[in-house]
Design a protein around this ligand. Structure first.
Ligand code: 16G
Ligand code: MG
Length: 601
């Protein structure tokens, strides 16, 4: 690194001192915190994004958003050249950079990192970072900080895309690196063209009239609502009533996260909407859930990410079946495309059973888009969804080029045949769905097209299977990393003893399933339980929650076991090992320090 570069870095870093006493960590969705703490972090992520762009010789993205968090929070994450999440191998550098105490330690870190990664700064090809933000008021000054971070690396430049959804920015990065035009209009055009194509290939005489063309969408008072307002005027078919498109407080009693977790109507919805198909986006529009309002309460029938996944899987499996043609003609023309489904432990057990019955291959990964996405990319068609509504469909290049060729063949030999239409539908899906990342807007259009194709109401769709009752709880802890899990977060390996206790408790409940995992976004341990009825799911979740607390408190008292988790068989050494976790792990409700916690115990 030459002197000029060194001095630019030091000078600009000195304008963005980190807040004292705060530790930042690049979690499952980048850095997130109260917006007032983030200027230095966003500036530093600007540096990181510029370096990544230089290293890969490609455009990368930097998005300023805190998704479904409250409006006073904000966050920042990087989109890699593929349009996916930042490569995991750079996360430790992101952590170190965000936490560097002063400009000189920052310089040292960058210097060491560029050497280690063989990044040539001087004479490097021009680097470009696409910058986007959601509608949070703090986004404007944070965007400025990001720009200055990018500009602190010589040869790097920022291109401001303005207020965009997270998936739009990821799409733009992917498109740009494929040499395609990447403006917001290009994005809308691609969505609209492929959506219309898909509608054109709906079989005639389908029970189309059964599906109302009315849809009400909760925009979470965020960027997604705003964009959908623009898009809807160009849709033709579909009358979309967008509510909460920015006139209220972002994510407050609205949005996909609220609707999915609370299972109640979002603000501006009520019994007058009973029976109508409704959807909800999250604050940055990378999550989508559907719901219908019940006629006599503020409760809803939730159609979550698992059901969207099931609808997509059913449709794609059917199209592949049609494309491959009748059994006897399969041999020479068909390509046995691998179709895989990726879920997390949060997927409702009933959805997994349903997908298995369809004969699909199902894989579980840990929570977090980067894990699901990576796994889904191993298939010709990989569908992934989290129950919370984040998901998409990935098509392999090999499959797509085979499909293009097959489509051309069919166009010349049997234009308009069922097989030809199936090929066209699959191609349209590959263009409609955002292959960079889960996208509520493109996901919504695909759901709408498939419901039309099937001739299904939201109720019919919801009846694909019945969810098992479930309950989610969280336990506030000092240091969530004390819990270590394996098997896609379904087994706790540390502290020893917890998993056995969970198993013993779970075995008491018919269709019981339960796991705990450290959150990737806040200092809590999450508990998920599922059972044959709601009361049982609640009880299982609560007893595991209290079991976690009880196990730790019993260890503190070394032998004074007080509750159902009493384990006289726990050997002394294990109890000792568990003791080392106490300070890091469990806080009782309403306590804020470890000392206070111990006193209460
Ligand atoms: C983030 C993740 C989401 C995950 C959630 C879990 C991305 C883009 N988003 O929102 O996939 O479900 O975190 O939160 O990766 P938790 O770890 O706090 O439970
Ligand atoms: Mg989001």
């Amino acid at each position: 690194m030459n002197e000029q570069q060194r001095s630019i870095l030091v000078q600009s870093a000195s304008r963005f001192p980190p807040p004292p006493g705060v530790k930042f960590s690049y979690g499952t969705a980048g850095f997130r915190a109260d917006a007032s703490l983030l200027e230095s972090t966003v500036f530093r992520v600007g540096i990181l994004a510029a370096l990544r762009s230089i290293q890969t010789g490609s455009v990368v993205g930097l998005m300023i958003t805190a998704s479904h968090n409250k409006v006073s929070d904000n966050g920042v994450k990087v989109a890699d050249p593929s349009g996916g999440m930042l490569t995991q191998s750079w996360e430790p550098f992101a952590d170190a950079l965000a936490n560097a105490a002063d400009p000189h330690s920052l310089l040292q870190l960058v210097d060491d990192f560029v050497k280690k990664e063989n990044i040539t700064l001087e004479g490097a090809p021009a680097a470009e970072v696409l910058l986007g933000r959601d509608t949070r008021p703090s986004g404007m000054s944070l965007l400025e900080a990001a720009k200055q971070g990018i500009n602190a690396i010589m040869g790097a430049s920022a291109r401001v895309m303005g207020v965009v959804t997270t998936p739009q920015l990821h799409w733009m990065v992917r498109a740009k690196n494929k040499g395609v035009e990447a403006s917001e209009n290009n994005y809308f055009d691609q969505l609209l063209t492929s959506f219309r194509y898909l509608l054109d290939y709906i079989p005639q005489g389908n029970s189309r009239n059964n599906v109302t063309d009315k849809l009400i969408v909760d925009g979470a008072d965020g960027v997604g609502g705003e964009k959908l307002e623009k898009l809807k005027t160009r849709l033709g078919y579909l009358t979309i009533d967008v509510r909460n498109y920015g006139d209220g407080v972002l994510n407050e009693g609205v949005g996909a996260d609220y609707v999915q977790k609370e299972k109640v109507v979002p603000r501006s919805f009520g019994t007058a909407d009973a029976g109508i198909r409704c959807a909800s986006l999250d604050g940055d529009a990378d999550r989508l859930v559907y719901f219908s309002v019940l006629s006599n309460s503020n409760k809803i029938n939730l159609v979550d990410g698992d059901k969207i996944l099931s609808l997509f899987a059913l449709f794609l499996k059917e199209q592949l079946g049609i494309l491959n043609g009748p059994e006897d003609t399969k041999a020479n023309k068909s390509y046995q495309a691998s179709l895989g489904v990726v879920q997390t432990a949060y997927a409702n057990g009933a959805s997994t059973d349903y997908l298995k019955q369809l004969g699909l291959e199902i894989v579980l990964t840990p929570t977090g888009v980067k894990y699901l996405h990576e796994k889904a990319a191993e298939y010709d068609i990989g569908i992934y969804f989290e129950a919370n509504g984040h998901g998409t469909i990935l098509f392999s290049d090999t499959f797509l080029s085979w499909l293009e060729t097959r489509n051309n063949e069919l166009a010349s030999t049997s234009e308009g045949s069922d097989q030809h239409k199936a090929a066209l539908r699959l191609l349209a899906v590959s263009k409609l769905i955002n292959q960079a990342v889960g996208d509520a807007l493109s996901g919504l259009l695909l759901v709408e097209a498939i419901l039309q194709y099937m001739g299904w109401s939201i109720h019919k769709w919801n009846e694909l299977y019945q969810d098992l009752p479930s309950r989610q709880l969280k336990v506030k802890v000092v240091d969530r990393t004390a819990i270590i899990t394996a098997n896609a977060e379904t087994t706790v390996v540390r502290p020893v003893g917890i998993q056995e206790a969970i198993d013993t408790e779970t075995a008491k409940y018919p269709q019981g399933r339960c796991f705990i995992r450290p959150s990737g976004t806040e200092d809590v341990v999450r508990v998920y339980a599922e059972a044959s009825n709601q009361e049982a799911a609640d009880n299982l979740a609560h007893s595991v929650e209290w079991g976690c607390r009880g196990l730790v408190s019993s260890v503190v008292m070394l032998g004074n076991f007080q509750n159902s988790w009493e384990r006289p068989d726990v050997p002394y050494e294990i109890a000792e090992e568990q003791k080392t976790f106490v300070d890091r792990l469990v806080l009782l409700p309403n306590v804020s320090s470890v000392e206070e916690n111990k006193m209460k115990i």
